[in-house]
Design a protein around this ligand. Structure first.
Ligand code: NOJ
Length: 536
């Protein structure tokens, strides 16, 4: 197995929040560069950086005005070149974010498109006439406020489509000029040495060509995300999406060794189709968000492993994600006590793991007071718990002012959180029992034990509160077991025959010494996870 992205540990950096070198309270590229030593120390193989392109920041960079430049807030193209070179010197690959579904409404393309009905770029975005009564052309809803996804433009007398903010008009990828212009952006960065792209909401890019209404969602109730009033049958995961996937993949394949990661929130069988087929390969890694959107319970996690193992096609490769910049942190969703088990899982299950910055410390979502709210989603749909600021708070580097994220006297763009003095990278590095030490140890074990990368993965049991899965083949020298106790009580678990009387603990999430192993069973402490191998 030679593809680097199958072995890689990916680390997701939200650039506003990682490290501020310029001293304006917002993270930047030089800041990331300064922290490469930390990432190398941890054992990271690739960083994925959320968008750093010029942007009015209506959606904090997911509203791009120039895909081939860097916003001065983050640095310059020269800083990016420098970061890529330095990261490569640290044996770290660089994955950028590609935002194909929409641009900023201040993008020159949109300004042209909006200028008149006969502008050559009019068709680069979706413009439609109103219905006879003047209302929007169909019932599609914007994700961020649940109101119509169509914005009326007085000067040209038509509506334009925006799946997200009205400041984020959707691009029309059915126009071949759009397609070529956008694919050229990938080429621009690949030539500069970028190793891959995470493709933002890739599964939404191709909408129903007939612009049919979405069906009403009978399960929607007040208090739920307002955009879920309709089911998005015609706005996401349409049949044509595989054309788009293929264009991305073909462009990446013009270069050597590049990875493409598609962002999608789909069931595992749906997601499996985004790998394409051997003759028509699509994404290398269609992001698997099942653990973000379902319960952290032994039975559920076991079922997901089994389902994913059964659905990933032969030419595909699994991947798992626990947290990202859009959803509450794993340790907050699953509970602080389960944070370590989550990462034992992520780093021992088969598939490429993506670590969200700060999760390795055990960072929780940080409450953000109302007067400090930044996220447009929270501002447009307040009180529903959809705001993303709490998961985007600054990385904690040390116990100094602003947790070492930005200089003393500068206000970080979001609060660092009250517990940053006690929970930060510097303190965690010195504590052999910290979660950071556990994550680092697991990454090292993954590197030294091939079975944790390429060995088969089989669920042995997931009843009650204990999940037990095996890596590698039974009776083999290399096989390993992972046991996770999801409960706050001590639990005993039976060992499979080939481990009875010959089990040895490689790692406990408690990061402490020897542990009671019985002949045929093992006792797990409350919330404990174990990695076992057979005694040599
Ligand atoms: C998904 C991104 O992860 C999210 O942060 C962003 O707001 C939307 N796409 C719109 O680009």
């Amino acid at each position: 197995m030679t593809e680097w992205w199958k072995r890689a540990i990916i680390y997701h950096i939200y650039p506003r929040s990682f490290m501020d070198a310029s001293g304006d309270g917002i993270g930047d590229l030089q800041g990331i560069r300064q922290r490469l030593d930390y990432l190398q120390w941890l054992g990271i193989d690739a960083i994925w950086i959320s968008p750093v392109y010029p942007s009015p920041m209506a959606d904090f960079g997911y509203d791009v005005t120039d895909h081939c430049d860097i916003d001065p807030m983050f640095g310059s193209v020269a800083d990016m070149d420098d970061l890529i070179a330095e990261a490569h010197r640290h044996s770290i690959k660089v994955i950028l974010d590609f935002v194909p579904n929409h641009t900023s409404n201040e993008h020159p393309w949109f300004l042209e498109s909006k200028s008149s009905r006969d502008n050559p770029k009019r068709d680069w975005y979706y413009w439609k006439d109103p219905k006879p009564d003047g209302s929007p052309p169909n019932n599609w809803l914007s994700r961020f406020d649940g109101k119509s996804a169509w914005k009326w433009d007085e000067s040209t007398g038509q509506y334009y489509l925006h799946t997200f903010l009205e400041e984020q008009p959707d691009l029309n990828w059915r126009n071949p000029e759009v397609k070529e212009a956008m694919l050229d952006i990938l080429r621009f960065w690949f030539r500069r040495g970028v190793d891959g792209f995470r493709v933002d909401v890739s599964y939404r890019v191709m909408k129903d060509a007939g612009f049919a209404d979405n069906p009403i969602n009978p399960d929607w109730k007040p208090g739920m995300d307002p955009s879920f009033r309709v089911t998005e049958q015609n706005t996401k995961n349409t049949a044509d999406i595989h054309l788009f996937n293929r264009w991305i993949r073909e462009t990446a394949d013009e270069f050597e060794d590049k990875v493409t990661i598609g962002e999608m929130n789909l069931s595992l069988p749906q997601l499996a189709r985004h790998y394409g087929s051997p003759n028509w390969p699509e994404f290398h890694l269609p992001f698997n968000f099942r653990l973000i959107f379902s319960a952290w319970e032994a039975r559920n996690v076991g079922a997901l492993i089994t389902e994913f193992e059964a659905t990933v096609p032969e030419h595909g490769w699994p991947n798992w994600v626990l947290s990202n910049h859009d959803q509450p942190r794993f340790g907050t969703r699953a509970g602080r006590e389960q944070a370590r088990n989550g990462y034992l899982f992520l780093l021992t299950v088969r598939g490429t793991p993506t670590i969200y910055y700060g999760d390795e410390l055990g960072m929780q979502s940080v409450p953000v007071p109302q007067d400090k709210v930044q996220d447009p989603w929270e501002l447009l749909s307040p009180g529903l718990g959809l705001g993303r600021d709490p998961v985007r708070t600054p990385m904690r580097w040390d116990a100094g002012p602003n947790a070492g994220f930005c200089p003393a006297g500068t206000e970080p763009w979001l609060p660092v959180g009250d517990d940053a003095v006690a929970l930060n990278a510097e303190i965690s590095k010195q504590d052999p029992a910290s979660m950071l030490s556990m994550v680092k140890t697991l990454i090292r074990l993954r590197r030294t034990h091939e079975v944790l990368v390429s060995g088969s993965c089989t669920v042995l049991s997931s009843t009650g509160d204990v999940l037990q899965y095996r890596r590698g083949e039974p009776d083999s020298d290399s096989t390993m077991l992972v046991l996770l106790n999801f409960s706050p009580e001590e639990k005993s678990a039976d060992l499979p025959a080939d481990f009875q009387g010959s089990a040895e603990i490689l790692l406990s999430t408690e990061m402490d010494g020897p542990h009671a192993l019985r002949n045929s069973s093992v006792v797990l402490r409350p919330n404990e996870g174990l990695l076992l191998r057979r005694k040599r």
